[in-house]
Design a protein around this ligand. Structure first.
Ligand code: SF4
Length: 461
């Protein structure tokens, strides 16, 4: 097994985009004349931001004349969009890289590029460690990488390649990168840098292109998406939502991930007033005790969080609320954990993403002892899982008899169409009652903690 690299490269600490790096001139990849446009295979791991970056890179490849997103066997260049949030994500990247090494050596002229959080965190140490790695670039600053590809493949490039029609109904669009918050447990500000937003017009154009290719539901992404600010006009997330809502052919719009500090009344009003914006708010609270929140540097109190939740619910009818909780953070006492239990009981979220705290080297929290024993973390995690299972079941059962709208995404093995409601709940329809891409309304006939079951008569919405 590959041992971990040292934490945080100097460039990561300085929040500077990593400049394009590539192998020394003596070992540059051989680039044969292909006699056709070069082809790129893209692979990603990790969060939705990486999925959005994958899509963005595919578009850039098409713009410069590469055929994007081909199968690995057909590709001349493989690009890895990596993640470093957990050690096992890094191990998966190394595993993928081993596979690519075989692929590269099977045909002269093939090359491997790496981007994403691992590229920024470890920088050129990766080039030393991985002799078959040809290019390393920061996805926030990819112009140099693409310019280099254009130069070395000039003889084979023949203008932009049209993007293939998409069979996807759902897509992520990254509207900003980075985070200015510096929560003590989080590596994101070190590997994704300071917040930088894309202009509204650029986001709208991208959404329009996706809709033209068949996408019907878009999720706007940012690590701290509700601090979005158009770099030219200063427009915030509510204005961005209004602009994207106006894209003809878009049915649904969501956004991830919001910070409670930036959850403002104007945002809730936009959610209520804009037809495509779904009634779903993901607002990570992380803990239900003020001392714990201070140690995490979350910069709000439980009371302030509850006020935001009350305002959101009062403004947006039928709002589904989801959150993230970290269990067993440094020195979490029984009393502090009790605060989190009480918070879950009082807010009654629709879904809670739970995780046991694990140290991320390089963060401020890594300097504190990780002193809640693993068994205790598991006990607390299981307690919250069981509590939330009960709450989710009660909330879903309360929907029985109501009508919901579902965007059908596919079919289960036993032939039942499935999709999500506007609130983001998974819903199963009666067998053969609808096909992927249809928007249907139907009555809820049954519910578990995790999904809704809809009655037979579904109507196209
Ligand atoms: S707001 Fe989110 S992304 Fe930013 S530092 Fe905190 S946990 Fe990390």
């Amino acid at each position: 097994m590959t041992s971990p690299l040292p934490v945080l490269s100097p460039s990561a600490r300085g929040f500077r985009p990593l400049p394009l790096s590539q192998r020394s001139p003596a070992r540059r990849p051989i680039v044969p004349l292909l006699g056709r446009p070069p082809r790129a295979h893209l692979w990603h791991i990790g969060c939705q931001m990486n999925e959005a970056d994958h899509e963005m890179l595919a578009e850039r490849f098409a713009e410069i004349g590469f055929v994007p997103d081909v199968a690995l066997d057909d590709a001349d260049l493989a690009v890895l969009v990596t993640c470093t949030v957990r050690q096992n994500a890094e191990q998966k990247v190394y595993g993928k890289f081993r596979e690519l090494t075989e692929w590269k050596r099977a045909r002269p002229g093939r090359a491997i590029a790496m981007t994403g959080c691992m590229a920024v965190e470890h920088g050129s140490a990766l080039l030393r460690r991985l002799p078959d790695l040809d290019y390393l670039f920061d996805v926030r600053d990819s112009d140099g990488f693409f310019a280099r590809l254009q130069a070395i493949h000039a003889a084979d490039l023949d203008g932009p390649v049209s993007m293939p029609a998409s069979d996807r109904l759902l897509a992520y669009v990254s509207v900003m990168g980075g985070c200015n918050e510096m929560c003590t447990y989080c590596i994101v500000p070190f590997v994704r840098g300071r917040e930088a937003s894309r202009p509204v017009a650029e986001v709208v154009e991208e959404v329009q292109r996706l809709v033209d290719r068949g996408v019907r539901e878009v999720t706007l992404l940012g690590q701290n998406v509700n601090s979005y600010r158009d770099p030219r006009s200063g427009a915030g997330l509510p204005e961005l939502l209004a602009a994207v809502d106006g894209v003809p052919g878009l049915w649904r719009l969501r956004f991830l991930t919001s910070h409670p500090r930036n959850a403002v009344p104007e945002l809730f009003a936009a959610m209520r007033d804009l037809p495509t914006v779904c009634e779903q708010l993901h607002l990570p609270v992380q803990a239900g005790d003020d001392r714990l929140l201070r140690r995490m540097r979350r910069l709000y109190t439980v009371e302030e969080y509850l006020e935001k939740i009350a305002a959101a619910r009062a403004t947006v009818p039928g709002l589904a609320l989801t959150t993230d909780i970290i269990v067993g953070f440094c020195a979490e006492s029984d009393e502090e954990f009790g605060g989190t239990v009480r918070l879950l009981e009082s807010v009654r979220f629709d879904t809670v993403h739970l995780q046991a705290y694990s140290v991320r080297p390089g963060t401020a929290a890594a300097r504190r002892p990780d002193d809640v024993p693993l068994d205790e973390k598991k006990r607390r995690l299981n307690h919250l899982l069981e509590l939330q299972r009960r709450i989710a079941l009660e909330r879903n059962r309360a929907l029985i008899g109501t009508t919901v709208q579902v965007l059908v995404e596919g079919r289960t093995e036993d032939g039942r169409p499935y999709g999500r409601t506007r609130q983001g709940k998974i819903a199963l329809l009666a067998a053969h009652s609808a096909v992927a891409g249809q928007l249907v309304t139907a009555r809820v006939g049954g519910a578990t903690a995790w999904q809704l079951s809809l009655e037979a008569e579904a109507a196209a919405a």
